[in-house]
Design a protein around this ligand. Sequence first.
Ligand code: GTP
Ligand code: MG
Length: 412
Amino acid sequence: MVFGVNILFESLKKKFSNATNKLTKKVSDEAKEDNNIDGKSLNEIKEPTNLDSDESLKKEQSNIDEDEKEIVSNDEISDDNEKKSEKKSSFKKWIPSFKKKEETKEDISSTDEDVLVEEKNKSIFSFIKEKTISQKDLKDILWELELGLLEGDVAIDVASIVVESVKDDLVGTKIGRSDEIADITYNALKNAVSKIIDVDGKKMTKMLEEAKEKGEPLIVMFVGINGTGKTTTIAKLANYYLKKGYTPVVAASDTFRAGAIEQITHHTDNLEIKVIKHQKGSDPAAVAYDAIEHAKAKGKELVLIDTAGRMQTNTNLMDEMKKIKRIAKPDIIIFVGDALTGNDAVEQATKFNDVINIDGVILTKADADSKGGASLSISHIIQKPIMFLGMGQGYDDIIEYDPNWMLEQLFS
Ligand SMILES: Nc1nc2c(ncn2[C@@H]2O[C@H](COP(=O)(O)OP(=O)(O)OP(=O)(O)O)[C@@H](O)[C@H]2O)c(=O)[nH]1
Ligand SMILES: [Mg+2]
């Protein structure tokens, strides 16, 4: 399968990674401020380069020497030789003295120097006291995240849900170590997105297996506005299920657009499968009916009904679509939307769902979709699952949608 340039959801990926970085930095900065002790902030502590000059090294070393005395007198560290050798280590040259005092007074009851060094080491990358994330810490960054999502064509409701979920997860969270922040914010975002994209519903492959067991064809009808990729998607799915051992038949029920019957016939010829077709302008419901009869008579397992593209605002064509549904009684109605149209695809899906009650969505042209807004929003808005994603113009360029795969794409 060729995905072309790797631009899949590039913009959303960037937004999520920016948000994680900014949240991490903000909370980290706040924590450093909170932890400013004796006029010395964690900023200073974390920068060994500050101490690189001879003078600061000497100063730090003399602090350490003072502290060493304290350790010996307070806590009976007896092994002088070990202590001397440790003193020489470059690591110790920039251990902050206050941190050492803290540990020395409270904890050092054994003479285990290894433990002492390890504790010091940890302390450099830790907060001195816990930081609790507040609403104030997040305000600006969440606002930026929301704007970013809207720019990426994420539906308004979905953007708000993501932001609220991240806020709920993070506010009140206690962070003990600075290196935890990135993980915590990253997980909060991932969790928010996973709630949005995982919508339960019918699963075509499973239903096909079940229909086969019953000895009945599975009837699937495809709807959507003009040019979104319905006919191409039908050819891809015919190929997909042929490879899984099923025999499909296609109903050329787009009797409206010039060239539509020839277009679908071209694909069925290539795939060497049967197409049931009438004349241009004939009743699309009758074509679907004949295709179903053919499948039943010949023991074919799958009927794929192509329909004409229609605007959701065209009442006559929407009524005609309802008639096809009434006659064909499809097991699954799939709305085919163009991922590149972002919020428009979401609006169309909503309208088609209102009129005909769709069971799921296929988003096409995901291979060219750098924004990802429709993929993130559509199933949550209409509460129907994305079933497949179209990933190119070839017969093999289709993947069965899996929310975990989507999460991987967004957070890899
Ligand atoms: N890049 C890309 N192009 C696609 C994909 N799916 C369809 N196309 C292209 O989109 C164009 C329209 O596809 P059709 O299958 O004719 O669309 P349709 O919905 O049947 O169009 P109408 O019958 O006119 O409503 C064609 O050029 C397809 O090759 C996809 O997943 N990726
Ligand atoms: Mg078509």
